[in-house]
Design a protein around this ligand. Structure first.
Ligand SMILES: *Cc1c(COP(=O)(O)O)cnc(C)c1O
Length: 396
């Protein structure tokens, strides 16, 4: 009991009344993209473990090996004593795969975005910084931008024409401009037009920052993200090991000078304990195998195309997805909750995504396919979703 319980209870009650209350539910992962949730075995279409690597024997064994050798914790931040003698080799591999001079590993994707951005636009370093941010950028990017406290303009999602209008309006000023986007958007599964963004960044002398959380492992040359197609053209590429790469942590790839600057100024690196050795072991193993997984990536893309076509054929709205992330946009919270419960009964986990994670009126089930889902699982997803939504839309 706390004196403040009354305050927070009424906030919770308000969420419940609006159909927006969230609860933690017990889960235990199984092989082949399955999960036990609240005691029920389901095929998991809501995980970001796009290649199934979180259950891969090589990642597990190397995580154990590095844990045995170095211990369970790193004991301090990288700048104190936490800089395990494995970092240089890992960062060298990431930089090479990304076609950049340098790379830097950080604690988590959220921590990275939240603390990198304020360091990039510090007023004592960058005079008159101005931020341009895609309307659907992830919460961690928004957090970092807000913490930076500089003038910010939001451009319409993936609308490079709108972005150019905003940039043109501030040309001639002394502003140093920074563009923030994701390469694959987390809740919509659509892609940024990186070529157009690079052109704009060059034309208007902007810094370009791209978050590859959902592309890493899945898209681009050797699965190392869409930015790898444009080596040296993007000022800072950020990505995570927590989704397609099956473990935890974040990386950035950039110039040597920028990396050295960030080591001195990113609070999330300076004041947070370095990743545990076991996690670095899993990252090392993922970097060994991910570049060679083209067959798995091709299958995943084929499955995603099949699901999208089937959904669209049934008159369903999958937005502008072109990736393994396929939103089924239903708009109304109650409809989304009902469909998710009905799918659960058919052995399918499709977690509802509601505001504020997505805009008002855009509630959805966000399906995420994995390379370890077999054909039968994909068939079952298609038939369950199309049948249940037809039933839902039919008059009672
Ligand atoms: C998940 C996600 C993050 C955060 O990464 P974590 O490693 O989970 O903290 C950052 N950016 C985007 C676009 C994401 O989807």
């Amino acid at each position: 009991m706390s004196m403040f319980d009354k305050t927070y209870r009424s906030a919770l009650d308000a969420l419940t009344a609006r159909g927006l209350r969230r609860n933690l539910r017990d889960a235990a992962p199984l092989a082949k993209g399955q999960i036990v949730r609240d005691g029920r075995r389901l095929v998991n279409f809501s995980s970001n473990d796009y290649l199934g690597l979180a259950q891969h024997p090589l990642l597990k064994s190397r995580a154990i090996e590095w844990t045995e050798r170095y211990g369970t914790g790193s004991g301090a931040s990288r700048l104190v004593t936490g800089n395990l003698d494995r970092y240089a080799a890992l960062e060298g591999r990431i930089a090479r795969e990304k076609g950049c001079e340098a790379a830097l590993i950080l604690g988590s994707g959220y921590l990275a975005n939240a603390t990198l951005i304020p360091a990039l636009v510090r007023p004592d370093v960058v005079a008159n910084a101005r931020v341009y941010s895609d309307a659907l950028n992830h919460s961690s990017l928004i957090h970092g931008i807000k913490a930076a406290g500089v003038r910010t303009e939001i451009f319409r999602h993936n609308d490079v024409i709108h972005l150019e209008e905003l940039l043109r309006a501030s040309s001639g000023s002394s502003a140093h401009r920074f563009i923030f986007t994701e390469s694959v958007f987390s809740m919509d599964g659509d892609r940024a037009d990186l070529e157009a963004l690079i052109t704009l960044a060059e034309r208007y002398e902007c810094f370009l920052y791209v978050d590859e959380a959902h592309a890493t492992g899945v898209l681009g040359p050797r699965g190392m993200g869409l930015c790898a197609q444009f080596p040296g053209k993007i000022d800072l590429v950020m990505g995570t090991f927590s989704k397609g790469l099956g473990s935890y942590g974040a990386y950035i790839a950039c110039s040597e000078v920028l990396r050295d600057y960030l080591v001195n100024r990113v609070s999330g690196l300076i004041y947070s304990t370095a990743l545990p050795p076991g996690v670095l072991g899993a990252i090392d193993a993922a970097l060994d195998i991910v570049p060679g997984m083209n067959a798995e990536r091709a299958n995943l893309a084929k499955d995603a195309a099949r699901v999208r076509e089937a959904f669209k054929g049934a008159g369903l709205d999958c937005g502008l997805s072109t990736t393994q992330i396929i939103p089924l946009i239903l708009g109304d919270e109650a409809r989304v909750m009902n469909l998710s419960a009905a799918l659960d009964e058919q052995g399918i986990l499709g977690v509802p995504i509601r505001p504020p994670t997505v805009p008002q009126g855009a509630s959805r089930i966000r399906f995420a396919l994995s390379a370890v889902h077999d054909e039968a699982a994909i068939d079952h997803l298609i038939s369950a979703v199309t049948e249940l939504t037809v039933r839902q839309m039919a008059p009672a």
